[in-house]
Ligand binder design. Structure first.
Ligand code: UD1
Length: 366
């Protein structure tokens, strides 16, 4: 069975790593990796491949940055000849980035079978480019592999055939659990000059938080204020760094530590030892739940509701002035010890079995 996985952006790589590991015991699986090149800086891409020991991609498309239409259009044009050359039994896509939806459209237009890992997530917010990608990808997928139980309800409500939908758990947590030990030996905390259990880590890159300079500086001022009481660490996504530089922001507190984008293992170490995490990332809401670290999400909605109902996550909303009202509870209340069903390190093993069992599945007709 030939499986072709397509990845493009940072959050895809830990998911790919889990799948690649799970394919290894099966000599009958040939795994072809395609990297679209949506992310290309060392810390956004290559470092993940090194940290997670993922083999170099067989095909690297070098697409790079651009508007959504430009990125999706170029990716589709570059993927089509690769899919036709490789003729895989399964095309596997993960998550909700532009590489995911581009692959889905190309795969179905040439009649190839598509499996979507992390299917069914919905923020019900069309303002998020990822929501478009999720809906398009799920609508076209032959197998829908679900990580959050809400995904089952969402796919049912959209009329998906039950036989194509499988709750498998969370592949990103497979890789996280495997990486916690590896992250221990790294000097990341020393480099930032911070102590375990005594800092807040912040990640922020959503267009809705960083593209408007007034809003971005609003967030930074609130965080700068928080840094008067506890160190605040911000490894900056390139999008956020560019916007901050353009806005001319510089922090007042020396405990506000703006750093370069962290690689995967450095980030795992930073999350695991934090007192509190503030984020607008989807994946970090899940990682903090799995690690039992309190998380405040700087968004109005989440496509990952299990992290609230059975995890450590709380939605703050997108107004910086509201953050202060959540801090006391986040610092002092005990967090949930529960971990959602099948976030157990074996989600990718379940996926591998499902792909093998369904290798004669007819592509969907409607
Ligand atoms: C993308 C995903 C988002 C994911 C995020 C994780 C989509 C629609 N969005 O958003 O879901 O949460 O990745 O990082 O697919 N840039 C660099 N170097 C890089 C990559 C990007 O400098 O290696 C800069 C460029 O200026 C680029 C900007 O960051 O224009 C945004 O990159 P892009 O891939 O378009 O979107 P992300 O915001 O990273």
């Amino acid at each position: 069975m030939k499986v072709l996985s397509v990845v493009g952006a940072r959050p895809n790589f830990p998911k790919l790593a889990a799948l690649n590991e799970s394919f290894k015991p099966y000599p009958e699986i040939k795994h072809v990796i395609v990297h679209t090149g949506q992310h290309y800086d060392f810390t956004m891409s290559e470092q993940f491949f090194q940290d997670l020991k993922i083999p170099s991609p067989t095909h690297h498309l070098g697409i790079g940055s651009g508007s959504h239409a430009e990125q999706v259009g170029k990716t589709m044009m570059a993927l089509e000849p690769v899919f036709l050359q490789e003729r895989p039994d399964w095309i596997v896509v993960v998550g909700d980035v532009n590489a995911t939806a581009s692959s889905a459209m190309v795969a179905k237009k040439i009649g190839m079978r598509l499996a979507h890992v992390e299917a069914g997530l919905r923020s019900f917010d069309w303002g998020m480019p990822e929501e478009v990608n999720r809906v398009v990808t799920d609508r076209l997928s032959d197998l829908l592999l679900v990580s959050d139980p809400s995904g089952l309800d969402n796919l049912r409500a959209e009329g998906q055939e039950e036989s194509r939908v499988h709750y498998v758990g969370n592949v990103m947590i497979d890789t996280l659990l495997r990486s916690v030990e590896l992250a221990k030996g790294r000097p990341t905390l020393d480099e930032y000059g911070i102590e375990p259990g005594n800092y807040v880590i912040v990640t922020m890159h959503r267009p809705s938080n960083v593209d408007d300079p007034k809003k971005l500086v609003g967030w930074m001022n609130v965080l700068d204020n928080l840094a008067q009481t506890i160190p605040v660490v911000l490894p900056l996504h390139p999008r956020t760094k560019a916007k901050l530089d353009a806005a001319g922001f510089s922090p007042k507190s020396k405990n506000m530590k703006l750093g370069a984008q962290a690689g995967y293992l450095d980030m795992v170490g930073l999350l695991k030892n934090a007192k509190l995490v503030l984020t607008d990332s989807g994946g970090i809401q899940e990682e903090t739940t799995a690690l039992g670290i309190p998380c405040l999400t700087l968004r109005d909605n989440t496509e990952r509701p299990i992290t609230i109902s059975e995890g450590t996550n709380t939605l703050v909303g997108s107004d910086p002035s509201k953050l202060a009202g959540f801090l006391d509870a986040a610092f002092n209340n005990p967090v949930s010890e529960k971990r959602p069903k099948y976030w157990d390190g074996h989600a990718a093993d379940r996926i591998t079995k499902i792909l093998l069992e369904n290798n004669d599945l007819a592509p969907r007709q409607k």
